[in-house]
Design a protein around this ligand. Structure first.
Ligand code: NAG
Ligand code: NAG
Ligand code: NAG
Ligand code: NAG
Ligand code: NAG
Ligand code: NAG
Ligand code: NAG
Ligand code: NAG
Ligand code: NAG
Ligand code: NAG
Length: 413
């Protein structure tokens, strides 16, 4: 046992020495200084095999430069500025640490950088204008910090950007027009900031745009039809802003659009019938707007729909029986409208429906006792309608009372 241990030590010692000779690491001094400053767990002051240190990868001629540094999720504190001495970095992930103070402007000197994630720290101040020099950058994430000020115009030079994420800060000003000139952009998230103004129409020029999330800002104006025109959009989240105008008919061009969340705005008009074209639609949430007209039966063509929330709008008319074809539907929330007629019997076939909220409408008729046959239904809210009669005896018997909220007081006159 003792002999084996000794030989193992010798072998390890030998390997380290030979690798050092080969590596000729130029970033050695920088790494040692970074470790002295940040105390990276798993890095050893005296292990000389730097390229084998955890959370980094070397590259370049003779493997002599650090190209990848992933210090994510280590709760590190200290001065991150020293990292910019690793001048050949292509990939730098400092997300999920406890860095404070200004974002090091010297990261703008890392001319080979392609990926930079500084999210989930406590960086303050502005996004450094120096980041405009990072011409090779494909992904920039400064989300969830304490950044203020405007998105700097210098970033318009980042023509390779595919992902640009600045959410969860205190950024103000408007979304720059030049975002529409970033022709490789796939992901743009700026939610939970103080942004004002309109969505630049130019965003529609971004041919690759798949994810646009701008919720919880102070944005206004119309949802530009251009945003849908390239047809690649998959996720659109604009909840909790001050958007006005109608939902553009062009939404129907985006057959891969799976999630539309546009609640808590001031949208008006009818839902475009073209919504039936959006075959991949999974979530559609447009509650708390001033939408009107009928609830379009075309939703029934979106066979993957699991959530449809149109609550607190001005919808009128009967609930389309066709919605009973939506076999994947889990939540149907149509409360707070002016819907009338009866609860369609076709809903009884919705085997995955968990929540049905039709409260605060003008529905009449009675509660069908066949609701018993809906295996997943846990929440049924029918209060404030003109539904008459008793809760069918069968309902009380066939469900766990604890898993139910049944309310159907008559609507107050
Ligand atoms: C290596 O580092 C450890 C602690 O980090 C220390 O106790 C030890 O003396 C060092 N060895 C040498 C040879 O420097
Ligand atoms: C790589 O290592 C070889 C041999 O040690 C050396 O001659 C060469 O100059 C090195 N190249 C660079 C770019 O450092
Ligand atoms: C961090 O270190 C750099 C030099 O590496 C220095 O210029 C800067 O002032 C330091 N920042 C703080 C907040 O100490
Ligand atoms: C950007 O940062 C946010 C917050 O940490 C995170 O949710 C998101 O996944 C990150 N994006 C990428 C592409 O890493
Ligand atoms: C934006 O934020 C910066 C920094 O907090 C502030 O100086 C500036 O007045 C703000 N601008 C607007 C228009 O609110
Ligand atoms: C963005 O593109 C438009 C049209 O393609 C062009 O007119 C405009 O000058 C460009 N803006 C910048 C800042 O490059
Ligand atoms: C519906 O989709 C078809 C092809 O998938 C397309 O030609 C048509 O323009 C779309 N209609 C609308 C209103 O978006
Ligand atoms: C409705 O949306 C507005 C923003 O348009 C928001 O201020 C309000 O709190 C929302 N109401 C509810 C009940 O969510
Ligand atoms: C519905 O979802 C499934 C599973 O995610 C997917 O394979 C299918 O293509 C989707 N259907 C449509 C019409 O998008
Ligand atoms: C329910 O309302 C519809 C439309 O308002 C009406 O035509 C129908 O007669 C009503 N049914 C009952 C049972 O009151």
């Amino acid at each position: 046992m003792a002999f084996w241990f000794l030989s193992a030590l010798l072998i390890v010692g030998f390997l380290s020495k030979s690798n050092l000779v080969e590596a000729q690491l130029s970033d050695e001094a920088a790494l040692l200084a970074i470790h002295r400053e940040l105390s990276v767990p798993g890095w050893s002051d005296n292990g000389t095999d730097y390229c084998n240190w955890v959370r980094l990868k070397c590259g370049g001629a003779n493997n002599s430069f650090v190209e990848m540094l992933d210090l994510s999720g280590l709760h590190l504190k200290g001065n991150a500025t020293l990292i910019s001495d690793l001048t050949r970095l292509k990939h730098l992930d400092l997300s999920g640490n406890s860095f404070t103070g200004p974002v090091p402007a010297s990261f703008g000197d890392l001319s080979e950088l392609q990926f930079l994630d500084l999210s989930l720290n406590r960086f303050v101040g502005r996004i450094p204008v120096e980041f405009g020099s990072l011409r090779g950058l494909k992904s920039l994430n400064v989300s969830n910090n304490l950044l203020v000020g405007e998105i700097p115009d210098e970033l318009m030079m980042l023509e390779r950007l595919e992902e640009f994420q600045v959410s969860g800060n205190g950024l103000n000003g408007s979304i720059p027009q030049w975002i529409g000139n970033l022709s490789n952009l796939r992901v743009f998230t700026a939610y939970e900031n103080e942004l004002v103004g309109e969505i630049p129409k130019g965003l529609g020029l971004v041919s690759e745009l798949e994810l646009l999330n701008l919720h919880s800002n102070k944005l206004e104006g119309k949802i530009p039809k251009e945003v849908f025109e390239k047809g690649k959009l998959k996720v659109l989240v604009l909840t909790q802003n001050r958007f006005t105008g109608e939902i553009p008919e062009e939404v129907g061009i985006c057959s891969d659009l799976s999630s539309v969340r546009i609640g808590n705005n001031e949208l008006v008009g009818a839902i475009p019938r073209a919504i039936g074209n959006v075959s991949g639609l999974t979530y559609f949430e447009a509650d708390n707007n001033s939408l009107s007209g009928e609830i379009v039966a075309e939703f029934s063509k979106c066979s993957n729909l699991t959530l449809l929330n149109l609550a607190a709008n001005g919808f009128a008319g009967a609930i389309p029986a066709e919605l009973g074809q939506l076999m994947n539907l889990q939540e149907l929330i149509l409360s707070g409208n002016s819907l009338f007629g009866e609860v369609p019997k076709s809903f009884l076939g919705l085997g995955n429906l968990n929540k049905l909220d039709l409260s605060n409408n003008r529905l009449n008729g009675t509660i069908p006792k066949e609701l018993c046959s809906m295996p997943r239904l846990q929440y049924l809210l029918l209060d404030q309608n003109s539904i008459r009669g008793e809760v069918p005896h069968e309902i009380g018997n066939c469900f766990q009372p604890s898993s139910w909220i049944i309310a159907f007081r008559a609507r107050k006159a």
